[in-house]
Design a protein around this ligand. Structure first.
Ligand code: COA
Length: 241
């Protein structure tokens, strides 16, 4: 759009550095404390190591997610497509204050969990995926990101929603999460219901969840050996779900 100028301008065409536009588009980032890395011994004895994904790993994560979004059972397709856009949003700085956790077994990518901070109080849970089935890896990944929100970032509330029966069963039902009145309050993922956890409810009940689910707590005392074995994220050759 162009309007006539109400005053003479000595320079009529302004030159703008795209870096200045970038600052406008991104806005200031919150200073998020890092996830320190934790391990969980799965029921079959394998060690799942949960660490933050590195930005340089995003391209290979995207390549794998491109395959996952064609899996047409258990809602892997829609979750895969949305996770693809979230990884890209993180990679291209088009997601406000995201965090991206990966679950690895001997380096192999087995689980995914991400979210973003709406503000200092509210943590928006985005997606969780088990890339290997049957080990309750998804359950553990979700718990780890909620732990990150409440225990490390100091959030007061957790907002989630569910696209799949397995997701709803694992956490909506599995954590007995209440929901806000709908459609008055809607989650950013498709306008679905917001299921929530408060810090009080987390402290009262949900901290026991991972022990009940996986039979072990998150262990932050991770050996150098485990960290080293999971330094490189290895994308599986084929779809395993
Ligand atoms: C939701 C999700 C993360 C849960 O992961 P998980 O906790 O590791 O659990 P799984 O999906 O492997 O297994 C769930 C149930 O399916 C059944 N199951 C077990 N092995 C299975 C297998 N090899 N394949 C399919 N289903 C299996 C079991 O009943 C299991 O429950 P149980 O462990 O209590 O017996 C996972 O199902 C997933 O990634 N789904 C697609 C993406 C998605 O829906 N994300 C959540 C969005 S709301």
């Amino acid at each position: 759009m162009k309007f006539e100028l109400p005053e003479k301008a000595s320079v009529e065409t302004l030159e703008i550095d795209a870096r200045e536009v970038e600052a406008m588009l991104q806005g200031p980032k919150m200073d998020l404390k890092p996830w320190p890395g934790a391990q969980v011994k799965l029921k079959d004895g394998r060690i799942l190591f949960i660490r933050e994904a590195r930005l340089d790993e995003a391209p290979k994560m995207l390549t794998y997610m491109e395959k996952i979004m064609h899996v047409d059972h258990d809602f892997y397709d829609i979750v895969g497509a949305r996770v693809y856009s979230e990884i890209l949003g993180w990679y291209r700085s088009r997601l406000k204050d995201p965090y991206t956790l990966v679950g690895l077994i001997d380096g192999k990518w087995a689980g995914f969990a991400n979210g973003r901070l709406m503000n200092e109080d509210i943590n928006i849970s985005l997606h969780t995926m088990a890339l290997l089935r049957g080990g309750r890896i998804g359950a553990v990944m979700y718990y780890a990101k909620a732990y990150y929100g409440f225990e490390i970032l100091g959030n007061k509330e957790w907002w989630a929603t569910y696209e799949s029966y397995n997701g709803w069963m694992r956490w909506g039902l599995g954590m007995a999460q209440p929901s806000y009145p709908w459609p008055d309050v809607q989650h950013e993922l498709g306008g679905a219901k917001v299921y929530y956890v408060t810090k009080k409810y987390w402290d009262q009940l949900i901290k026991q969840y991972v022990r009940q689910m996986a039979g072990a707590d998150l262990d932050f005392n991770v050996s150098d050996e485990v960290r080293k074995a999971n330094e490189e994220l290895i994308v599986p050759d084929e779809i395993l779900v």
